[in-house]
Design a protein around this ligand. Structure first.
Ligand code: NAD
Length: 468
């Protein structure tokens, strides 16, 4: 398949060069996609700027109709989109269908929201209304772990609120997003949604572009800092959803098998490549050996393979650079801790790493301190609650966390002591479109999803009328 095109000003156009897309399960090129030149990026931003006044003036119900139509179109084409996702991202086909269907659900959620003005004073003296007007042209930058779902956090909210946009997928997973561009090219007015793909240089060009009024990035903390620095030049608005190193704290009263199953799934889903995956597991010393064994047994039984093969539970790491990084972190963990049987790197081809449990690890090692973003997870014992809360909070990240116990009140009290944007009790990674998400500390700035997520794509405008 090689019908991928950029979407610029309503037209499907080739790039100035081409970019290979590697299937991480085979390391073979699955397709080539267009790479936009700097001039094409300029044209995309200019088209979004030119389209903005009329899109902002389009009645919200008409914008809603178009957002709904995008959802319907994705739903109609779920088969081909899921197939592309497996080939470029690596995830199992069932998970790819899940991603496409969840993207549809999220887009429909935003299509159902309203943006009514709020009247805060209606007296003899004055009438004061707060209106929510669009911000302008938005740069939407997405990573490689959930190319379509993470776009569905941003695009429908930005559109409904009356913004126009330039979307940039990750260099290693551009194909499903470009295919989406082909599907919606006739639905959305020209210039309202532009989609450009390219190599690593394209993101910095986009985020520093003077034609943008806002950048919405999901990516690593390192990239978030660069985007914020570039935005400082013109006070371009930013929403940054960044990295995490989520701790899970397991109290001594849990059922080991039941909780180990849930913790395992929340740590290794999408092969650990989820921002809100469990990335550090703290288990009370009374259960530590049994809990480690229960996790390792699940790791040993995991079916790892090509996402297109029926039965595959875990696909490869998505790209060569991340594969190399995971191998380095694992090599370091082999000296800093004890790698339990059943895990480790699989001989190629393909960037495969089995779900891997590391116990008795030095907590200053890379696997504990850094965001590994892959299928290798440390398990650490504790005896004292104050101590484990301090260790869980001892991180530059603050994305999410979870506490596991049969005593809900005790677990909830601990949840209040964790510095994170979301803390779950007896679950992890529960996410629905109406519940806002936000990172504490260096995990982000701003909010996505829910009504708060919609408001991030608006600017307050106060109309204050004298009555005397
Ligand atoms: P990344 O930061 O390397 O890249 C993300 C996107 O930013 C890509 O499209 C990339 O091309 C672009 N980019 C890179 N440098 C840029 C720059 N200087 N200016 C503008 N754009 C630039 O992240 P990744 O490796 O693709 O994704 C993994 C990271 O994303 C992890 O840290 C993960 O936790 C994070 N993530 C966060 C969330 C969240 O909601 N908080 C969700 C998913 C992933």
């Amino acid at each position: 398949m090689n019908d991928f095109a950029l979407l610029i000003d309503g037209a499907l156009v080739p790039g100035s060069t081409e970019l290979p897309v590697i299937d991480p399960a085979t390391e073979q090129t699955f397709s080539a996609v267009p790479a936009a030149s700097p001039e094409q990026l300029d044209r995309a931003v200019a088209a979004a700027g030119a389209a903005h006044p009329s899109w902002a003036a389009t009645p919200v119900d008409e914008r809603r109709r178009i957002v709904s139509q995008i959802a319907d179109t994705i739903a109609q084409h779920r088969q081909e989109l899921a197939g592309i996702l497996v080939r470029e991202q690596g995830k199992p086909l069932a998970a790819a269908f899940g991603e496409v269907d969840t993207a549809v659900e999220y887009i429909r959620y935003f299509a159902g929201l309203t943006l009514e003005p709020e009247v805060i004073d209606d007296s003899e003296l004055r009438r004061v209304e707060i209106h929510r007007v669009p911000v302008g042209v938005i740069g939407i930058i997405v990573p490689w772990n959930f190319p379509l779902l993470l776009l569905a956090f941003k695009l429908p909210a930005a559109l409904l609120a009356g913004n126009t946009m330039v979307v940039k997928p990750a260099p290693t997973t551009p194909a499903a997003t470009l295919h989406l561009g082909r599907l919606i090219a006739d639905i959305v007015p020209a210039g309202v949604v532009n989609i450009v793909s390219g190599g690593p240089e394209l993101g910095p060009h986009l985020s520093a572009h003077p034609g943008l009024q806002k950048v919405s990035l999901t990516g690593s903390t390192e990239t978030g800092k660069k985007v914020m620095a570039a935005a400082a030049e013109r006070l371009t608005r930013v929403t940054l959803e960044l990295g995490g190193n989520d701790p899970a704290i397991v109290l001594p009263d849990v059922d080991v098998d039941e909780v180990a199953e849930k913790v395992f799934n929340a740590a290794f889903g999408n092969s650990g490549q989820i921002c809100r995956a469990i990335k550090r597991i703290y288990v009370h010393a009374d259960l530590y050996d049994r809990f480690c064994d229960a996790l390792a047994a699940r790791a040993a039984n995991a079916i790892v393979g090509n996402g297109m093969e029926p039965g595959t539970q875990f696909g490869p790491v998505q790209n060569q650079a991340q594969f190399d990084r995971i191998k380095e972190i694992l090599a370091d963990a082999e000296t800093a801790g004890k790698v339990m049987p059943g895990g480790g790197v699989v001989d190629g081809p393909g960037y495969f790493v089995r779900p891997t449990i590391v116990r008795d690890i030095d907590e200053s090692s890379r696997l504990v301190v850094e965001e590994q973003f892959g299928p290798v997870v440390p398990v650490m014992p504790y005896t004292d609650i104050d101590d484990v809360v301090a260790r869980a909070n001892d991180s530059e990240f603050g994305l999410a966390a979870s506490v596991w116990s049969t005593d809900i009140d005790a677990a909830t009290a601990i949840a209040h002591r964790i510095s994170a944007g979301t803390v779950w009790v007896n679950k992890h990674s529960d996410r629905t479109p109406d519940v806002p998400i936000a990172g504490a500390k260096q995990s982000g700035i701003g909010t996505e999803l829910g009504v708060l997520g919609l408001l991030e794509y608006t600017q307050i405008k106060v109309i204050n009328v004298a009555r005397q």
